[in-house]
Design a protein around this ligand. Structure first.
Ligand code: U2P
Length: 226
């Protein structure tokens, strides 16, 4: 339909074309969230969260079962993130199928929840170029190679420690790592996560400059494991 509307000469046919172009632009903007090609990346960051901090910051308010008493979560697997030497891909398109609910639910034993496993697959796993099964297996393997000091695994009281001391304890229990291969991050006064850099075949390697986000606090709070 082509209609002139009064003197201003608004030409509705032309408007329809414009709207179509805008819609295409909207679709492109939507897909612009997909950044990076699946499988094209340089290395991995293994990110481990201090579960008590997550619970104090948001998990408890959300009523997340991960934060129920007796769950005994210390460091949980936050994610295995494909990285570039600078920056990282996210939300990639992949030809692999998304995981079944049972697959993400099974990751809750080390990630705290199936919901996080789904989020991490969507944002990072799809960029790995792996199937969801292979991605989660790789993430489990990476998590399994990291040794958590016994005192932290069953921390029964809140502690305040210098981040460098925590880093030293982590390096002592993981002799394959050196200080340039991991970073300790914090949020407010709390430990947020520990990030370890690994090659694509899961060997430790140095972190690129943009991953180094060392916690600048004099002392960082680790709340007890519940
Ligand atoms: O640091 C805040 C969030 O940004 C994402 N992140 C950070 C560093 C990095 O090297 N790669 C990366 O993806 C993480 O987002 P999430 O997976 O939690 O959505 C990180 O939590």
């Amino acid at each position: 339909m082509q209609v002139f509307a009064g003197k201003s000469g608004v030409y509705i046919g032309a408007m329809t074309g414009l709207i179509k172009r805008l819609c295409v632009a909207c679709l492109l903007a939507g897909s612009a969230r997909a950044e990076g090609l699946a499988g094209e990346f340089d290395y991995y960051v293994l990110s481990l969260s201090w579960s008590p901090s997550y619970c104090a910051l948001e998990g408890e308010t959300r009523g997340d079962a991960q934060c129920d008493l007796g769950r005994d979560f210390a460091f949980t697997l936050h994610g295995l993130w494909p990285q570039y030497e600078a920056g990282w891909p996210s939300d990639c398109h992949t030809s692999h199928r998304d995981p079944a609910r049972a697959e993400t639910a099974a990751m809750a034993e080390i990630m705290g929840s199936g919901g996080l496993a789904w989020h991490e697959w969507q944002k990072h796993g799809r960029c790995s170029g792996l199937s969801s099964q292979a991605y989660f297996e790789t993430a489990r393997r990476a998590f399994g190679t990291f040794q958590i000091p016994g005192e932290l695994q069953s921390l029964r009281r809140d502690i305040l420690i210098p981040p460098e001391l925590l880093e030293r304890a982590l390096l002592e229990t993981n002799p394959g790592l050196t200080a340039d291969m991991l970073t300790v991050t914090c949020k407010g006064e709390r430990l947020l996560d520990v990030r370890i850099c690994l090659t694509r075949t899961l060997e430790p390697r140095e972190c690129a400059a943009d991953v180094v986000a060392d916690c600048g606090l004099g002392k960082v709070l680790l709340e007890k494991v519940r």
